[in-house]
Design a protein around this ligand. Structure first.
Ligand code: ZN
Length: 331
């Protein structure tokens, strides 16, 4: 029995920052494609399967990461019109602290500047940062950290997330973001879900799950930080919604055994990765695979996708060193 659980991020036509986005008409076509070809799965179907150690009926379920405005304006509207539900995974940093994660700032400045300019901006700012130094190029990432990215983008992501100290990365990206995009609070107001929108969606059958506070690679932070990122995001959403939060989605799909242990102390029953997998297995309750929108019509077709849980297994082995370990001299 096939279970298609799909991940969405940006869904927009008006795209001033040129982020990697699905067009609204393509989202609608894809939604109709799923409805025409498969049965809808509801979040409860997955919960029941886990509780009964069985398989859910075959079908599809859409999930939406990062708490973006179009999840209210587009996805919620279209799902609701069709009597469907979806699972939404917002980070909470913009809700609690008026900021957004590095990953979102990087997407926007990359879209706006292009890879070549962004590389140059980063190198220039790193050179003049109090803890920076002069580099001729962004160092090559020693491992591939995301299947769908090109190598130069991977290098920047690795450099920002694993090589530099977190506060240095934040200084550099904040500086570039302010110059290229402007005030982060205005950007949040235009591009991220508000509490009111989340509550309305929840009242109308949409389901919410944790996606950490600040969207770090959980495999690159210490245990206390993992606990904070996982439990705080779940607790915050839970008290905001007045409802138990039973779902979690690992930032970048990366996790390790500590993450599972921490989830085991919470009310979360199911945790999602970003590795495509065609079968939902109750035994994998903390490592459930998901496809990306690009795997399905009209943007793509389900070609020879690797259906082995390669990403999740690799992630559990934590192939990527903790921040600073590999480039201890990068100060
Ligand atoms: Zn995310």
């Amino acid at each position: 029995m096939n279970h298609y659980i799909i991940t969405y991020h940006y869904i927009r036509d008006d795209n001033p920052y040129n982020v990697n986005a699905l067009r609204i008409s393509d989202f609608e076509k894809q939604l109709n494609y799923f409805i025409d070809n498969f049965s809808p799965l509801y979040p409860n179907d997955l919960l029941n399967a886990v509780e009964q150690n069985s398989e859910p009926p075959p079908g599809f379920l859409l999930t939406f990461d990062d708490g973006l405005k179009e999840h209210y304006k587009v996805a919620y509207r279209l799902l609701r019109e069709r009597g469907l539900s979806g699972i939404f995974f917002p980070n909470i940093s913009h809700l609690i602290g008026g900021n957004i994660p590095l990953v979102n700032k990087l997407q926007v400045v990359l879209g706006k500047l292009g890879i070549k300019k962004l590389e140059q901006y980063l190198l220039d700012r790193y050179k003049t940062h109090p803890q920076g130094r002069r580099l001729n190029a962004i160092p090559s990432a020693p491992v591939k950290i995301k299947r769908l990215d090109n190598m130069r983008v991977q290098n920047i992501k690795y450099f920002m997330n694993f090589t530099l100290d977190e506060h240095v990365s934040n200084d550099l990206i904040n500086d570039i973001f302010e110059g290229v995009v402007g005030d982060v609070r205005r950007y949040i107001a235009e591009n991220f879900l508000t509490e009111r929108e989340i509550l309305e969606m929840h009242d109308n059958g949409m389901v919410f799950g944790g996606h950490s506070v600040t969207h770090p690679y959980l495999t690159s932070v210490d245990y206390a930080r993992k606990e904070y990122e996982i439990l705080e995001s779940i607790n915050y959403l839970s008290s905001m919604l007045g409802d138990t939060v039973k779902y979690f989605c690992y930032p970048y799909g990366h996790f390790d055994t500590d993450c599972k242990k921490i989830l085991g102390k919470s009310d979360v029953s199911l945790a999602f990765t970003t590795t495509p997998e065609i079968h939902f297995g109750a035994s994998q309750r903390y490592s459930i695979g998901r496809y990306d929108t690009i795997h399905f019509p009209p943007v793509g077709s389900l070609g020879p996708v690797n259906t082995t849980p390669m990403g999740s297994v690799a992630s559990e082995k934590a192939p990527i060193k903790a921040r600073g370990e590999r480039f201890g001299d990068a100060k």
